[in-house]
Design a protein around this ligand. Structure first.
Ligand code: 5GP
Length: 189
């Protein structure tokens, strides 16, 4: 497949550089998929993807999961055109599936402050799933203010805005096959 993988990309007036390559992402997503296959082999889980950002991660992840499973989606409001969170979460689309008694795997693209994940976990728990497991491809752990349990995390990343592999900047950049970070000095960990 001929993927969109430039070394640098300009998006809405900002310059971004590669932070995680296609190979690094695929390798990690495959490992998470294998782990989920083992952990849920007899549980017929349902993946709930959080739109829009998780659609590429979830589509790759599910293809690395080799057990029977289902998928559904919900949608939250995004950052809009900004690079910082508004601090408010609004639900724009509900799931269609009945998750009572089901093993639910909630799939996010990125956890930043943790507000969205906390909101989603509390909301889904009210539907009485048999279990609720959280997955996030990326985690800005230094930014996270809300106490959320993340069961599977792809990569811990610095507190800088990232783009690509489903993540947008003012709706652009989702089609990039790698993850890009704003081209400023990355702080030492
Ligand atoms: P939180 O509620 O944890 O503060 O933010 C989670 C949501 O904010 C993510 O699902 C994602 O939509 C958005 N977000 C957080 N950080 C970034 C980022 O660096 N880049 C992009 N494109 N979206 C982000």
């Amino acid at each position: 497949m001929d993927l969109y993988t430039p070394e640098f990309v300009h998006c809405n007036g900002e310059k971004f550089r590669v932070y995680l390559t296609h190979e690094e992402i695929q390798d990690r997503v495959k490992k998470i998929g294998q782990k989920i296959s083992n952990d849920f082999y007899d549980r017929h889980p349902i993946f709930i993807g959080v739109l829009n950002g998780s659609f590429i991660f979830l589509s790759d992840l599910m293809r690395y999961v080799h057990i029977p499973c289902e998928v559904d989606f919900l949608k939250l409001s995004s950052y809009g055109d900004e690079k910082v969170s508004s601090g408010q979460v609004t639900e724009l689309k509900e799931i269609d599936a009945d998750i009572r008694g089901r093993h639910v795997i909630l799939v996010e693209d990125i956890v930043d402050t943790g507000l969205s994940m906390k909101f989603l976990i509390e909301k889904l728990k009210r539907s009485h799933p048999a279990s609720l497991t959280s997955v996030s491809l990326l985690h800005k752990s230094d930014q996270t203010q809300h106490n959320v349990q993340l069961d599977y995390v792809g990569f811990r990343i610095p507190s800088l805005f990232v783009l690509g592999y489903g993540l947008d900047f003012a709706q652009e950049g989702r089609n990039l096959a790698q993850i890009y970070i704003i081209d400023k000095k990355v702080p030492d960990n």
